[in-house]
Ligand binder design. Structure first.
Ligand SMILES: *Cc1c(COP(=O)(O)O)cnc(C)c1O
Length: 333
C-alpha cells in the first residue's frame, strides 16, 4: 500500500464495485465504458469524500479534536459526508455554507438529520466566515479541526492514491488490462491529484482526465492539481512531480458555471439512467458524463478505447427543487 504510513479509520464500504456498462457502451458506439462505483462508498449516501474522510477524520482524532469544521456550497456533498463521518465517530460537525438560509432539501436536509450545525455565510467571503467559526468554536471551549473545501489537501488526496491501489488489485484479480483513460469530475482537485499520483506510482498506462466543473484548465491543472499532486507524492515519499504537462483536464463543459445544470447534464443523466440504471448528479457527475459523451461523439475519445468513468457520488442533490423540477420537466416530454 502506497499510503500505509498515514493514519486511517474505516468509514467506507471498500472496494467499491468495478463494473462494465455494456448498454451505455453500445449507445455511445464502440467505446468500452466501465464504471467505478464511488457513489456506493456507503456512508450516509456515499461519494468520493468518504474515502478522503477516512484519512481526514483520523488526522482530526490524532489532533485530539472534538469538532470538525468545513465549508462548501449549500448542496455540498463534501459537507454532508463530513457531517456523516463526524456523527459516526462521535465528533461535532460545523458546516459553513455559502449564501443565505435555504429550505432543508437534498444534502441540506441530510446535514440536519446527521446533526451538523450549519453556519450560513450570507454574502460574506466563506473563508472569512470559516476563520471566524474556528475562533468561535475555540472560544466556546471546543477543539476544532479544519477540513479544507472538498477535503482537498494532501491527506484527502492520499485517499485517491489508495483508491488506485484498490483499482489495480481489482484489475489483477479479474485479469483485466489497464484502462486507456479514467474520466471523472474535478473541482477542488483532491480526487484528481490522488488519482494522478496513484497512476504514476503504479506505472499504469492510463490517462487521468478530469472534466473541470468550475475552473479554467490552466488554473486547475497547474496551480491546483499539479501543486497538490506534487505535495502528495512528496508526503508519501514518491519521486514523481506534477505540473500542467502531466496533469490532464478539460474545461470545455463548465456551461453557465458551478451548479447550473444545462442540456448536457440533463442528457447525460437520462442516458446513464435509462441504459444502466446509474444515477448521476446534476452538479458533478452529470457534467463529467456530459463531457465524456461529447468527447466520444467528437472522436476525441476513439472507438476501441477502454474508459473508466469514476462515479464520485452526489445523488442527494437530484432532490433539491431547482434540479428536480427541471429533470421532471425534461422527462415528461
Ligand atoms: C466533491 C465532488 C467532486 C469533486 O471532487 P474534488 O476532489 O473536489 O475535485 C466530484 N463529484 C462529486 C459528486 C463531489 O461531491
Amino acid at each position: 500500500m502506497l499510503t500505509e504510513k498515514l493514519p486511517r479509520i474505516q468509514l467506507a464500504h471498500l472496494p467499491t464495485p468495478l463494473e462494465p456498462l455494456p448498454r451505455l457502451s453500445t449507445a455511445l458506439g464502440g467505446v468500452e465504458v466501465w464504471i467505478k462505483r464511488d457513489d456506493q462508498t456507503g456512508l450516509a449516501g456515499g461519494g468520493n469524500k468518504t474515502r478522503k474522510l477516512e484519512f481526514l477524520i483520523a488526522a482530526a482524532k490524532a489532533a485530539h479534536a472534538d469538532t470538525v469544521i468545513t465549508g462548501g456550497a449549500p448542496q455540498s456533498n463534501h459537507c454532508r459526508q463530513t457531517a456523516a463521518a463526524a456523527a459516526k465517530t462521535g465528533l461535532r460537525a460545523v458546516l459553513v455554507l455559502g449564501g443565505t438560509p435555504e429550505t432543508a432539501t437534498g444534502n441540506i436536509l441530510l446535514d440536519t438529520l446527521l446533526g451538523a450545525e450549519i453556519v450560513w455565510a450570507g454574502n460574506r467571503p466563506r473563508d472569512t466566515v470559516m476563520a471566524e467559526t474556528v475562533a468561535a468554536q475555540k472560544a466556546a471551549g471546543h477543539t476544532p479541526y479544519l477540513i479544507p473545501y472538498g477535503g482537498s489537501n494532501f491527506i484527502g488526496a492520499a485517499a485517491y492514491v489508495a483508491a488506485v491501489d484498490e483499482l489495480a488489485q481489482q484489475l489483477a484479480e479479474r485479469q483485466l488490462p489497464p484502462f486507456d483513460r479514467i474520466v471523472f469530475a474535478s473541482s477542488s482537485g483532491g480526487t484528481h491529484a490522488g488519482l494522478a499520483v496513484g497512476v504514476a506510482a503504479l506505472e499504469l498506462p492510463t490517462q487521468v482526465l478530469g472534466i473541470s466543473i468550475d475552473k479554467p484548465e490552466v488554473e486547475l491543472s497547474g496551480e491546483i492539481v499539479g501543486a497538490l499532486a506534487t505535495e502528495t507524492a512528496q508526503q508519501l515519499g514518491l519521486p514523481h512531480r506534477f505540473n500542467r504537462e502531466n496533469i490532464f483536464a478539460n474545461d470545455g463543459y463548465m456551461g453557465l458555471g458551478y451548479g447550473v445544470m444545462g442540456d448536457g447534464e440533463r442528457e447525460a443523466i437520462a442516458l446513464f439512467a435509462r441504459t444502466e440504471a446509474i444515477l448521476l448528479d446534476p452538479v458533478y457527475t452529470g457534467r463529467a458524463a456530459a463531457g465524456l459523451i461529447d468527447l466520444i461523439r467528437q472522436g476525441k475519445i476513439a472507438p476501441g478505447e477502454r474508459i473508466l468513468f469514476w462515479h464520485t457520488g452526489g445523488l442527494p442533490a437530484l432532490f433539491a427543487p431547482q434540479y428536480a423540477a427541471k429533470l421532471a420537466e425534461k422527462n415528461h416530454q
